[in-house]
Design a protein around this ligand. Structure first.
Ligand SMILES: C[S@@+](CC[C@H](N)C(=O)[O-])C[C@H]1O[C@@H](n2cnc3c(N)ncnc32)[C@H](O)[C@@H]1O
Length: 283
């Protein structure tokens, strides 16, 4: 669905696009793939999505662009490795020319998702690119450190970790061990960027009727559609302390409704419930 929303954004006129992911449409399955071929069907699908979760489409486009811009800045800053945790159909490794030949990319993901992606990448590009290392892992049962070190990850290099659209599906203790890995196993000047939901979304106290309806609907229909269930959130206003306790500093947190205009379009409702944050690993 995240790739479908990026594909929809790519279909919009160039001057209206918030993010730019020309590969997203090539990753889609038959249903979303058919919708993404038509501007009209896409508009209907977006209208429908906005009815269920107002602001979601705009938030995801903004988040993608925000992380893209942060990645560009870190590449200019000399990162040597990029680790994409829960990569899904993230196409940054393939669409950023600045990465190729300079930065080794580790795509870390559940094997069920990654196997499908690798087949699709081979179809799109003809072969798997040399600068990308694929690291299959189930975060819940396997150790990130073991899997990354086996795959050639170097803990002494300046690294950026991107963790987009994933933390909500992970058990809190697994979020902790992942952050501990980043804080203890990365070179000077390393950083992380990720998004998260507020705890109130998870426990149903956020007070936004649509969100509570969507959460209940997801709980009811989630199981046959997906094994991903919301599990992790952070109390609003506490992310700086949360990350400081876990080995990070220079924390910059931006809620969806605070995105600058470059990152923002559509309804702002719902954007209040998510945040994107980046932070440096403490020396
Ligand atoms: C909503 S998708 C986001 C994908 C991508 N980062 C993006 O923004 O398009 C969530 C991703 O988390 C991964 N994921 C969820 N639970 C996981 C787990 N237990 N172990 C490894 N990956 C997991 C899924 O395979 C999927 O790629």
């Amino acid at each position: 669905m995240a790739a479908a929303l990026r594909a929809a954004e790519w279909l919009a006129p160039e001057d209206e696009r918030v993010c730019h992911d020309p590969f997203a449409k090539d990753f889609l399955g038959p249903i979303f793939g058919t919708i993404a071929k038509s501007r009209l069907l896409t508009k209907i699908a977006i209208w429908f999505s906005e009815r269920i979760a107002p602001g979601m489409v705009g938030y995801i486009a903004g988040r993608v662009r925000y992380i893209d811009d942060y990645l560009e800045a870190r590449i200019d800053d000399g990162i040597e490795q990029l680790v994409i945790l829960g990569a899904g159909y993230d196409s940054r490794a393939y669409r950023s020319d600045k990465l190729k030949g300079k930065v080794k990319v580790f795509e870390v993901d559940h094997p069920a998702t990654q196997t499908v992606k690798m087949e699709k990448v081979k179809k799109i590009l003809g072969s798997l690119p040399d600068h990308v290392v694929y690291v299959p892992i189930d975060f819940e049962n396997q150790k990130l450190d073991e899997r990354l070190f086996e795959s050639g990850y170097d803990k002494n290099l300046k690294t950026l970790f991107i963790w987009e659209g994933v933390t909500y599906y992970i058990m809190p203790e697994v979020v902790d061990t992942t952050l501990a890995f980043v804080a203890n196993n990365s070179g000077e000047g390393s950083s992380i960027i990720f998004d998260y939901v507020f705890q109130s979304v998870l426990d149903g106290t956020c007070g936004v009727a649509e969100v509570n309806r969507a959460r209940k609907a997801y709980e009811r229909i989630g199981t046959p559609l997906t094994s991903e269930h919301p599990r992790f959130g952070v109390e609003e206003g506490t992310i700086e302390g949360f990350l400081s306790e876990r080995g990070f500093y220079q924390v910059v947190n931006i809620t969806g409704d605070n995105f600058e205009s470059a990152y923002s379009k559509g309804s702002t409702q719902n954007k209040k419930l998510w945040s994107t944050v980046y932070a440096m690993v403490k020396p």
